[in-house]
Design a protein. Structure first.
Lengths: 364, 379
């Protein structure tokens, strides 16, 4: 593919000029575009910088300082004033180091799981079981820590938990559904197809409604589940269908020869799947799984509609319900956007990197 | 017997059926008991009862004395309407950004990718809340509305001039449909002629002509009314004209801006998927730039673009259910109110799901048909 080009040595300034000419001023139309884009960025960026930085109220300042601006500048004081409520909801303030530690721990577990050295079933399971137990202890208390009911949990830990466990617990179910969809057995196949298509055909919100309103009707009287747990179950059941489709993509990408070779070795169905097919199929779907995790992470914000105190709800509630500060919700929402963005962007870069990385491995 | 694979398969399937029946039976048993103790009768008869709540936006005549069934239809039409409008806007915006992303101009390409990366990494519901907040809290009250020509922007949404109701406008709408059919017919005819003689009659100009002439004809035949109702500030709100509510605006903006980011990536992928050799080959046989794009690049790019594009349209339609967060009376919103008033949770949720499911299945059915049609016919 690559053709040999003569190497020309140029001074750095010359190289910059050549780059500018090639990328910004290659033709009259290109030059006009450059000028227009620069003007647009300067105008929009300038106005935004003025509002968000230059004229803004920074640090802990009273609401009066913000009101004095009359909307000319951003009121970051609202974030300085309420960041604890935004991040941790109505968790008892004296104990808020606990959800903070849980968030750090969950993030650390995610980072560790992203490293390839960790992709061994036992290491992976070990870290997650121990980490989950510690998180549960930090959040709920007991064993020397004060008890905190789930009704008081809120904010970022809830969002992370819904997303992380909503994906991990859905994973086994998703794999089973994917295998079921490709099964030779007609009943198992049709049940799997019906489940996957049914769930993928409806919005998450209807499933959440089902969990929060309808679910109680199907249980014996007197038995009720925690609201948070019901939402978590709904998210798990919802994600399983999407994960199943991703896994199916991986299964379909495997050449027939793999099945035939496993047959030739005399392996049964489960041994074929567990030892030959799934290790390869799941591996090629990892980048897609990360993408579906990102979608899931964003989608957890929908629980706000069934009044679960996730991060978005905590941000909204802490600003909008406060008569003094309620006009500064834009700053609050921008803060929430920044946090969601950092998580999603980091994960999407990771998924892109992973895709290249795994492909490189495969070629060698 | 256990050693026989057929026997084991049979057992596995029977076990699955038994499990489903058992869980279903247990749930049904509890359900009957629970409904009895709450004195709710199951069934859809509530759909004919008087709803008693008003709906702020409707494409169909509706008032609180109408039935829950009618309210449901009004909500459904709102869902379909906002989805359709947002799909059009998202497609145009997405196409523009996708093409900009591939621009030879480095700055423009960066700007487009900045848009994509910042929009798609933030939850849609948060964007909706932000837009809604900006419209209702940052825009001036109606008395000091921002004015853009005949259009006013304020906390009450947008107010724009709108033609007085008249039969001629329905005729114009009918003309639009006729123009669509006529253009389709003309296009097929042009293709047939191209196949036969190697030279196609013009399509774009006659098509445009149809789209201008037919509605104009319908409008003129029924009296050519020119009465416009313009918004006039009266007290705290505008009177006359057409008001676009803040809820609709926020939902429309949020849905189209969010989905456009995904469509842009699809468009970019589709264009990149056409091998460079195709461009070179069409240059070699002397096609002009427009012909190259129209006859060689686009048909191939579309084959890659359409399937994921449809699933984005479907996502947008499903995402329109987030309307409930900002109070736009869509299907979910109306069903939610119904459910709270009547207690018929199962029926309301089932109806809601059935609607989305029908839409999904219908669109994926269409998709399969399309894929089958454009599939590469290989040797």
């Amino acid at each position: 593919m690559s053709t040999l080009r003569p190497v020309v040595h140029r001074a750095p300034s010359e190289r910059v000029l050549a780059w500018l000419r090639a990328n910004l001023f290659s033709s009259p139309a290109n030059t006009v575009t450059t000028v227009l884009v620069v003007a647009l960025i300067a105008w929009l960026g300038g106005r935004f910088a003025e509002w968000a930085v230059l004229d803004a109220v920074w640090g802990k300042a009273g609401v009066a300082a913000c009101n004095a601006l009359a909307g000319e500048g951003a009121c970051w004081a609202v974030v300085a004033e309420k960041w604890r409520q935004m991040l941790f909801g109505i968790y008892p303030p004296a104990e808020q180091w606990r959800p903070a530690a849980a968030v750090v721990l969950l993030c650390a577990m995610l980072v560790v799981s992203a490293m390839r050295g960790f992709w061994r079933p036992w290491r992976f399971a070990g870290v997650w079981i121990v980490g989950t137990a510690i998180c549960a202890w930090l959040m709920g208390g007991g064993l020397g820590l004060a008890r905190v009911e789930t009704a008081q949990w809120g904010g970022l830990p809830i969002t992370l938990m819904l997303a992380v466990y909503g994906t991990f617990l859905a994973f086994p179910l998703g794999v089973l559904l994917a295998l079921g969809r490709r099964s030779q057995l007609p009943i198992i196949r049709s049940v799997s197809i019906a489940y996957i298509e049914l769930v993928r055909g409806v919005p998450l919100i209807t499933v959440l409604f089902m969990a929060s309103i309808m679910f109680a009707l199907f249980l014996p009287e007197g038995i009720s589940f925690d609201k948070l747990l019901r939402a978590q179950v709904a998210i798990v059941l919802f994600n399983a269908a999407y994960i199943a489709e991703v896994v199916r993509g991986g299964l379909q990408a495997l050449p027939r020869g793999q099945y035939e070779a496993a047959d030739a070795l005399g392996l049964g169905y489960w041994k074929t799947q567990l030892l030959v097919i799934l290790p390869q199929a799941l591996r090629i779907t990892i980048p897609a799984q990360v993408n579906s995790f990102i979608d899931n992470f964003k989608d957890t914000s929908l629980v706000i509609i069934v009044s679960i105190f996730d991060f978005l709800y905590a941000v909204k509630q802490s600003v909008v319900s406060d008569l003094d500060w309620r006009h500064y919700f834009i700053e609050g929402y921008l803060f929430a956007m920044a946090i969601y963005w950092v998580f999603c962007y980091a994960m999407s870069r990771y998924s892109q990197w992973l895709e290249r990385h795994l492909n490189r491995d495969r070629r060698s | 017997m256990w050693a026989s694979e057929r026997f084991r398969n049979l057992v596995a399937q029977v076990a699955l059926v038994l499990l489903i029946v058992a869980i279903g039976g247990y749930a049904a048993h509890n359900l009957v008991h629970n409904l009895e103790s709450r004195s709710i009768t199951i069934g859809f008869s509530y759909l004919w009862h008087e709803a008693g709540f008003d709906i702020s936006e409707k494409l169909l005549a509706y008032d609180p004395t109408n039935s829950y069934g009618r309210a449901f239809v009004v909500g459904l039409l709102n869902t379909l309407f906002v989805s359709a409008v947002a799909i059009i806007a998202a497609s145009i915006l997405g196409l523009a950004i996708g093409v900009a992303r591939l621009s030879p101009n480095w700055l423009l390409a960066r700007l487009a990718s900045g848009y994509i990366e910042s929009v798609r990494n933030v939850p849609l519901i948060l964007q909706l809340l932000l837009w809604y907040g900006v419209i209702t809290d940052v825009l001036p009250p109606a008395a000091d509305a921002l004015r853009f020509g005949p259009v006013y922007l304020s906390q009450r949404g947008a107010s724009l001039p709108w033609p007085e109701p008249h039969g001629a406008w329905s005729a114009a709408l009918l003309g639009l449909v006729a123009a669509f059919v006529a253009t389709l017919w003309w296009w097929r005819r042009a293709r047939r002629i191209q196949m036969q003689r190697g030279r196609a009659p013009a399509v774009v100009w006659p098509g445009l002509l149809f789209f201008v002439a037919f509605p104009a004809l319908g409008w003129a035949l029924l009296g050519a009314p020119t009465g416009l109702s313009t918004p006039v500030l009266g007290g705290f709100d505008f009177e006359g004209g057409k008001n676009v509510s803040p809820e609709f605006m926020a939902l429309f903006l949020g849905l189209s801006i969010y989905t456009a980011a995904f469509i842009a990536e699809i468009v970019r992928g589709g264009i990149l998927a056409v091998p460079k050799g195709q461009t070179e080959a069409s240059e070699a046989i002397g096609l002009s730039r427009g012909q190259r794009l129209r006859l060689v690049i686009l048909p191939q790019a579309l084959r890659v673009i359409i399937p994921p594009l449809t699933s984005q349209y479907l996502n947008l339609t499903k995402n329109s259910s987030l309307a409930v967060a900002i109070g736009y009376p869509d299907l979910v919103s109306v069903s939610n109110t119904t459910l709270n008033q009547t207690g018929q949770a199962i029926e309301a949720i089932a109806l809601m799901m059935a609607v989305y499911l029908t839409l999904s299945l219908a669109i994926s059915g269409l998709m399969n048909w399309y894929n089958h049609r454009v599939k590469l016919v290989e040797r």
